[in-house]
Design a protein around this ligand. Structure first.
Ligand SMILES: *Cc1c(COP(=O)(O)O)cnc(C)c1O
Length: 457
């Protein structure tokens, strides 16, 4: 171990930025279950998927064997606007907590879209452009993915249609305007623009929407418009692949100083930032080269890993997408509207679901007021105003650091700080005014949605 004091920010050189993404699936003994065609219940073929997704992305989606995918030069050039991202040592937070633990966080909020989502948005826009498409459609929940995709599409001069979960559309007008600034069109979902949107509105008048429902609309729009494909900001294998750049950079930075983490923590919505952050570390664990505790942190209001079941389910509320085997609360599950912003998806990435089922990682769920308390403590010590999603990881990291204090253990904790919270001030306002509540779904509510899972095998 180097005796040099570890700097507050470990910056890598541009030349140290990874040149390939790492595909964790290549090292998994139990591969994630394949997507199934909802009609035939047979694995989706490349030809079937190509109607919805770009060709190169379909190849990445289905490839469980190739360990490294070279990052095309145009994507690397774009990455250089905001990457390598810094790995920070939370000296001030450690001091405030009085913990012997060493806390590091990988900060992905250093770009205008404000989150890690740009890592995959630029890759997906690149492959769409390469295929000669006119544009892409997508959904966005809290708005970070839509913002990132709008930026990426404007860079490659692609049209970008975003279906935004209605509650966010109303609560986050500024995100919507950032998207429009980058040239995207934004529609609140559910909308009357699509057949599936009309159906959902008829069945649930006044619904505040959900990611699953916005996905159905975006997919329908893509498959019914010439020269368009659908893109997704999380959950899919390809997105985890692109996000592996987070973990690869983290590992390079830690290796430079001879630091080996004991615990790696990330918030988990659809699982992409966590899947990306842990990729090279989990790879070592799978190959028996090292061991790490890996913790997924989810909101108590949308607890897919901790309270869901591992089963085939629809990826969307409208049941137009393929079936994915994942930890799920049921595609009909819609988180309570008082739940602030992101991490609202009913299921979890198939890769992470399989790893969790194999006992290779842990999961915890945390209530939202505790998350905002952690966010505020972090802002006041480290200076960065964190996104509510990221603050789930902060909360778990603080809890682990306090345990280290109680047990007098000098563990090294690394967590993913996925983004900034400047567009989430309505949620912060509720928290400050004491108007934030901790809705946790009842067992009956969860069981009811789970009972509607599609019957597979
Ligand atoms: C979208 C988002 C998340 C959650 O998505 P994952 O796919 O689970 O990573 C977390 N943090 C921020 C800031 C986000 O924008």
């Amino acid at each position: 171990m180097s005796t040099e004091k570890i700097p507050y920010k470990i910056y890598l050189d541009e030349s140290e930025m990874p040149k390939s993404w790492y595909n964790l699936r290549a090292d998994m003994k139990n591969k994630p279950a394949p997507l199934l065609n909802p009609q035939t219940l047979k694995p989706m073929t490349a030809a079937e998927l190509s109607g919805v997704f770009c060709e190169d992305l379909v190849k990445q989606e289905l490839d469980n064997d190739t360990a490294y995918f070279e990052i095309p030069e145009e994507i690397r050039d774009f990455y250089k606007m905001f990457r390598p991202s810094p790995l920070m040592r939370a000296y001030r937070l450690e001091k405030k907590l009085g913990t012997p633990a060493k806390i590091y966080y990988k900060f992905e909020g250093n770009n205008t879209s404000g989150s890690h989502k740009l890592n995959s948005a630029i890759a997906q826009a690149y492959y769409a452009k390469k295929q000669g498409l006119k544009g892409v459609t997508t959904e966005t929940g809290a708005g970070q993915w839509g913002t990132a995709l709008a930026m990426a599409c404007s860079y490659f001069d692609l049209d970008c249609k975003v279906y935004m979960v209605k509650v966010s559309y109303e609560q986050k007008p500024f995100r919507r305007e950032v998207m429009r600034t980058y040239g995207a069109s934004v529609t609140p979902s559910p909308s009357m623009e699509t057949e599936v949107g009309k159906k959902i509105l008829a069945a649930h008048p006044g619904t505040t929407g959900s990611l699953g429902c916005a996905i159905s609309e975006a997919v329908e729009k893509a498959v019914t418009s010439d020269g368009y494909r659908y893109v997704l900001g999380s959950v899919l294998n390809q997105v985890l692949l692109h996000q592996s750049i987070i973990g690869l950079e983290t590992k390079t930075a830690l290796d430079k100083y001879g630091v080996k983490p004991d615990i790696i923590i990330g918030c988990a919505g659809g699982g992409s930032n966590l899947g990306g952050l842990i990729a090279p570390f989990m790879g070592e664990k799978l190959r028996g080269e090292a061991d790490y505790r890996i913790i997924a942190v989810e909101p108590a209001s949308c607890p897919s890993l901790t309270r869901g079941v591992y089963a085939y389910d629809f990826c969307d509320t409208g049941m137009v997408c393929p079936l994915a085997k994942m930890y799920t609360l049921g595609s009909s599950f819609i988180p309570a509207p008082n739940h602030a912003g992101g991490l609202r998806y009913h299921g979890m990435s198939s890769v992470l679901s399989q790893l969790y089922d194999d006992g290779l990682m842990e999961a915890v769920s945390v209530p939202q007021t505790a998350v905002f308390e952690a966010a505020e403590e972090f802002a006041r010590t480290e200076g960065i105003l964190p996104a509510p999603e990221s603050s789930h990881a902060i909360k778990a990291a603080i809890d682990e650091a306090i345990l280290c204090r109680e047990n007098n253990e000098e563990k090294t904790i690394v967590f993913g700080l996925t983004g900034t919270g400047y567009f989430d001030m309505t949620a912060y306002e509720k928290f400050h005014d004491g108007k934030m509540s901790d809705y946790v779904p009842t067992d009956e509510e969860i069981a009811e949605n789970i009972s509607k899972l599609p019957k597979v095998n």
